[in-house]
Design a protein around this ligand. Structure first.
Ligand code: SF4
Length: 352
């Protein structure tokens, strides 16, 4: 049985035609699933009974089961834990900020990048998520928002996993998020975060969609970066930065570099100075994320003074720099934190 939410509108039209049905039924079915909140094909009353039965016999929907939700103290962040058909679990986070309703989605179970500061990477990659397993994270959250007259407005691929290592499913999900017949979320409101898979960045630049791209940089040179992101051994930092530059040029999108600050490892003034040289002349933003301590990892968050000193060096060099702590309202900024929360059911908020 195929998962319904892995189908694009065109692939559903083809399926209908091959099943002896009219292709104009496809937008009607999409409307039921993505706008009217249907939870079964039986509810689709403008379709014939035989077609409804055919759909129910051919497609699995839903592909995710909600296990639990957890709300942050400030009420601005809700974490969702999902169970997949094979019993694996992934998480998503809804961040409510002003009128923005951002969903941080997972793209894999586990992660191949094995970043030193992240629990997701400790066990490596378990498996890729299907398109439906990515899409339904947003679909189910969108349905809960609709009850309040709201919709998901932004999507960030910053949950568990390296999106570029599950490229096809991630792209199919992005096309569905952007499709006016489904979620109709603007390309400018969709952000993909990567540790730097060069082939993926180059493929993304050739897509018809121009989404925002974030590189998890975390170090100003290859030597240190390999220690923080073991996966970084695969690509030279210069090669990754060139691919990012080409992406910015071809898509006219600004690039963001995320830099998790780890005390005594990558937070010294010489690191900041090296970073300014590395990013000199680039149209970009650096997002500083002070490390959020994780039990079992022998890493520390830098002092406020060290963070401010690091930021000041970047700003003095003319680099646009933002600085965010990981707490309820901005939890999505901390790539990899979701897996930690999975093992610690009550620890959503990490107060500064
Ligand atoms: S921080 Fe992100 S890329 Fe790195 S291991 Fe964790 S989930 Fe993967």
């Amino acid at each position: 049985m195929q998962e319904f939410c892995s189908f694009s509108l065109n692939s559903l039209k083809s399926w209908l035609e091959q099943s002896g049905e009219k292709s104009f039924r496809a937008p009607q079915i999409f409307d039921w699933i993505y706008n009217k909140g249907a939870t079964s094909f039986e509810e689709m009353t403008n379709l014939s009974k035989p077609l409804r039965e055919k759909l129910a016999a051919s497609f699995r929907f839903p592909a995710l089961k909600l296990i639990r939700t957890l709300e942050s103290e400030d009420g601005e962040t809700i974490k969702y834990l999902w169970e997949l058909a094979d019993g694996q679990r992934v998480e998503s986070v809804l961040i409510m900020s002003g009128t923005r309703r951002t969903v941080c989605v997972s793209s894999q179970v586990g992660c191949p990048a094995r970043c030193a500061f992240c629990a997701s990477g400790r066990e490596g990659l378990i498996r890729n998520l299907s398109t439906a397993e990515i899409v339904e994270q947003v679909l189910h959250i969108d349905r809960t928002l609709k009850v309040k007259g709201e919709r998901v407005s932004h999507i960030v691929y910053m949950g568990m996993g390296e999106p570029m290592e599950n490229y096809d499913a991630v792209m199919e999900s992005i096309y569905l998020f952007n499709d006016p017949n489904a979620f109709h979320i603007s390309q400018r409101r969709i952000t993909v975060s990567t540790v730097g898979v060069v082939e993926g960045i180059e493929r993304l630049a050739k897509e018809e969609l121009a989404v925002n791209l974030v590189l998890s940089l975390h170090a100003p040179n290859q030597h240190l970066r390999k220690k923080i992101i073991p996966y970084a051994r695969k690509y030279a930092l210069e090669e990754i930065l060139m691919a990012m530059d080409r992406y910015a040029l071809e898509t006219k999108r600004d690039i963001t570099y995320e830099y998790t600050l780890l005390a005594g490892i990558n937070d010294r003034s010489q690191h900041a100075e090296e970073l300014t040289r590395l990013l000199s002349g680039k149209q970009c933003t650096v997002n500083l994320i002070p490390y959020n301590p994780v039990e079992g990892l022998n890493l520390r968050r830098p002092t406020k003074e060290a963070i401010e000193g690091f930021r000041d060096i970047l700003v003095s060099a003319g680099i646009t720099t933002t600085w965010r702590y990981t707490k309820g309202k901005d939890i999505a900024a901390a790539c990899g934190q979701l897996a930690v929360q999975k093992r610690e059911p009550l620890a959503l908020v990490s107060p500064v």
